[in-house]
Design a protein around this ligand. Structure first.
Ligand SMILES: [Zn+2]
Length: 141
């Protein structure tokens, strides 16, 4: 006996679920001072981190193997700094909170944001709860 599947019913319920889950999956992040900084389509805890400074890696541009994350950043262009790392040097173009000017993320290319392949969110800089201390904010490293 062939199994009878109503294709139209299946596809319409799938579409409804997709819409609901993509709206629910948006994550909003705030600075320590309470300023809105970032809305993104994935929880930062689920994204990879750099080994060197534990910064969260957000992909800004599509590659052959991975799609860019969808996000909106509310941050001011800050200074560029040269970091010494493993005998080499790394240029970081920083972005800071528009209200309290704490640095929140950086990238390896000059502004605007998303001009490079990745954006790096500083460890402990952002919280999902407005006005709460971010997880890891008091870590030493
Ligand atoms: Zn702030």
């Amino acid at each position: 006996m062939p199994k009878v599947v109503s294709r139209s019913a299946v596809s319409s319920s799938t579409n409804a679920q997709l819409t609901a889950s993509s709206a629910a999956a948006l994550c909003v992040y705030y600075c320590i001072c309470g300023e809105f900084i970032l809305v993104i389509d994935k929880n930062l805890n689920a994204l990879p981190r750099r080994h060197s400074d534990k910064a969260t890696i957000v992909r800004c541009q599509d590659s052959e193997s991975a799609a860019a994350r969808v996000f909106k950043l509310n941050a001011a262009e800050g200074e560029s700094v040269l970091i010494e790392r493993n005998g080499g040097h790394e240029r970081q173009y920083r972005f800071s909170c528009p209200r309290c000017t704490l640095p929140v993320c950086y990238q390896s290319t000059p502004p605007p944001a998303k001009s490079g392949p990745f954006l790096y969110i500083l460890a402990g800089a952002l919280s999902q709860t407005q006005g709460a201390l971010p997880q890891g904010a008091l870590d030493d490293d």
